[in-house]
Design a protein around this ligand. Structure first.
Ligand code: B12
Length: 219
């Protein structure tokens, strides 16, 4: 029987090879990717976050845990991203300027790909200029912004204000997310949608896509 607790424990200890092996084994045993993600990887990262907050562990330990999480996610990505159909829409996504957290953003990108979106991932520490260049080039239906720090959340508002002023939001919807971001903040800064996790991001993204398509030609 796959031991999802062992995946969480190995992630907390930063053992990326063990995480990789256990995730592979769980998949081979037929455990659903979503279950491995939630009960193994995310459960482990939750503990890491709590220990980091309480000063029990520090940045180096969190970095190795993040590497272990990525090693596990690498096995899940092909499953989440497999859709094999024509793209239903385009999403440009990035972590905002000043912020280098990318695990959650990557997960959202993976699930959105799985839901049929073409995803243009701009990575971390993304300046407004870089977002604008990608919007100009790819003409996305949706823009996704991620922030994990209370100090970088205001950057989302700056970006939205500026994008609105320049007219980019007439043909595109914006969704935001990240651990400190909530529905209330999203509404306050004028975002069109908020997702608390990657599955909610997909639901919200598909709903926003419908709205955009109502006023836009198909991709
Ligand atoms: C891993 C981690 C790191 C790693 C990041 C590695 C990487 N490649 O991402 C490293 C070690 C680099 C790091 C650095 C720092 N970190 Co850090 N980090 C974390 C930690 C433990 C986990 C984050 C994570 O990956 N979670 C797992 C993923 C799956 O969840 P998620 O990111 O929330 O994403 C989900 C949802 O939020 C949502 N979502 C995310 N993005 C988006 C986007 C859209 C569009 C949508 C719809 C949804 C969505 O869907 C995702 C999937 O389900 C958090 C703790 C926490 N509670 O979040 C602290 C945390 C975010 N970090 C924190 C801090 C303070 C820092 C540092 C400042 C520490 C330091 N002194 O240097 C630096 C900042 C560096 C910088 N400039 O960005 C604080 C922030 C506190 C605050 N109030 O702002 C936290 C909360 C820890 C804490 N409790 O103190 N960190």
């Amino acid at each position: 029987m796959a031991d999802l607790g062992a995946i969480a424990a190995a992630l907390i200890d930063g053992k990326h090879e063990t995480v990789s092996e256990l995730v592979r084994a769980a998949l081979d045993e037929g455990v659903a990717a979503e279950v491995i993600l939630e009960e193994g990887l995310i459960a482990g990262m939750k503990v890491v976050g709590e220990r980091f907050r309480d000063n029990i562990i520090f940045v180096p330990e969190v970095l190795v845990a993040a590497r272990a999480m990525k090693a596990g996610l690498a096995h899940l990505e092909p499953i989440f991203a497999a859709c094999g159909i024509e793209p239903v829409g385009r999403l440009v996504i990035g972590t905002v300027k000043g912020d280098i957290h990318d695990i959650g953003k990557n997960l959202v990108g993976m699930m959105m790909r799985g839901a049929g979106f073409e995803v243009i991932d701009l990575g971390v520490n993304t300046s407004l200029q870089k977002f604008i260049a990608a919007i100009e080039e790819h003409k996305p239906h949706l823009l996704g912004m991620s922030a994990l720090l209370t100090t970088t959340m205001p950057q989302m508002k700056k970006n939205i204000d500026e994008l609105r002023e320049k007219g980019y939001l007439e043909h595109m919807k914006v969704m935001v997310g990240g651990a400190p971001v909530g529905r209330e903040w999203a509404a306050k800064i004028g975002a069109d949608g908020y997702g608390k996790d990657a599955s909610e991001a997909v639901q919200v993204g598909l709903a926003l896509l419908e709205q955009v398509k109502a006023g836009l030609p198909a991709p």
